[in-house]
Design a protein around this ligand. Structure first.
Ligand code: 13P
Length: 342
């Protein structure tokens, strides 16, 4: 049973017009997000924020799955409905971040390796019992002078593959996330080179460790200019470089690629995804798994005030709708105005 279910879940997560909402910020990261709207990061405020997101009317229209965090998968609405049930009732598949964060890599100044493999088999079983159908593990690759090292790419790829194999064993679809960061003054070509080397390392390890491509999704960065680069590539250039890079290293058996937003503005992340899909058809479904690019306007509209719940939900629904269109190459910048008109 598990094999067919895994393939069906992977395909459902990249269904036409839909993508993933990443709401799996660790306690440290959500604290930063809440601080930006001057809300204290208490367990209750974190819960209330996630309740606002997950109870958005029509969430399942353009959101196929939500990635939760360990604290969040155990939480409920104020009326006592578990978040996992709220999501399933809305036609949304619950998933869970299972890595324990990126830590300094020994002997490699400025580089990181993601931890969390010890005891993972047992944690996966618990998450499966709590209702998760898919998982996520994020590795972080930084671009700098002499970075990334082959050593850093190798250990992160190895850990990603160990995680993915364990996840499939547990009957959960792994979302493999090797994120090449956009921080720095490097041009798009350097991002291309590093992304290609990283993905090549990751797929070598996935193959060696017997991960079944049909039962996983890839969550990468797009190939873009560094955020301090003086010449910023536009959507057509980003789309062209991203597709060229992925065609050379991502097996066609992988059902879908769900991009992270990684610090791009909401509108930039949507426009780039649209350009990528407009140039199709491609061997894989190309969709989104955005955190900041879906949540930022919603967070700002909500500001921790119960009276703003509806405004926060409208902002999330709006971005989900636009990214749902971009995911099929149907987005136009004029659609940005629709919220104001609604
Ligand atoms: P961003 O879209 O904000 O990069 O978040 C996606 C994610 O899940 C990072 O791990």
């Amino acid at each position: 049973m598990a094999e067919e279910t895994l393939e069906a879940t992977a395909r459902a997560l990249v269904a036409p017009g839909k993508g993933i909402l990443a709401a799996d910020e660790s306690t440290g990261t959500i604290e930063k997000r809440l601080k930006s709207i001057e809300v204290e990061s208490t367990e209750e405020n974190r819960r209330a924020y996630r309740e606002m997101l997950f109870t958005t009317a029509g969430l399942g229209d353009h959101i196929s799955g939500v990635i939760l965090y360990d604290e969040t998968i155990r939480q409920s609405t104020k009326d006592g409905a578990p978040f996992t049930k709220v999501l399933v009732d809305a036609g949304v598949i619950p998933g869970i971040k299972v890595d324990m964060g990126a830590k300094p890599l020994a002997g490699a100044e400025g580089e990181k390796v993601t931890e969390g493999l010890d005891g993972l088999r047992e944690r996966l079983m618990e998450y499966r019992d709590l209702g998760a159908k898919f998982t996520k593990w994020r590795a972080v690759i930084d671009i700098g002078k002499d970075r990334p090292s082959a050593y850093c790419i190798h250990v992160n790829a190895h850990a990603l593959a160990r995680y993915a194999a364990l996840s499939q064993e547990a009957g959960l679809v792994p979302i493999v996330e090797p994120e090449v960061l956009m921080d720095g003054p490097h041009p798009l070509e350097r991002c291309y080179e590093v992304t290609e080397a990283t993905l090549e390392g990751v797929f070598n390890e996935l193959f060696s460790q017997r991960v079944v491509y049909e039962r996983m999704l890839l969550k990468p960065n797009m190939v873009i200019s560094g955020n301090e680069c003086s010449e910023q590539a536009g959507p057509e250039q980003v789309a062209d470089a991203t597709i060229r890079c992925f065609r050379s290293v991502v097996p066609a058996a992988v059902p879908g690629i769900v991009f992270l937003s990684g610090g791009q503005s909401d509108e930039q992340a949507t426009a780039n995804l649209n350009a990528i899909n407009a140039g199709g058809p491609h061997p894989w479904q190309l969709s989104f798994s955005y955190g900041r690019a879906l949540q930022a306007p919603s967070l700002k509209a909500w500001r921790g005030d119960e009276a703003n719940v509806r405004a926060g939900q409208d902002a999330l629904a709006h971005r989900a709708r636009l990214n749902g269109a971009a995911r099929d190459g149907r987005y136009t910048p004029e659609m940005e105005k629709e919220l104001a008109a609604a």
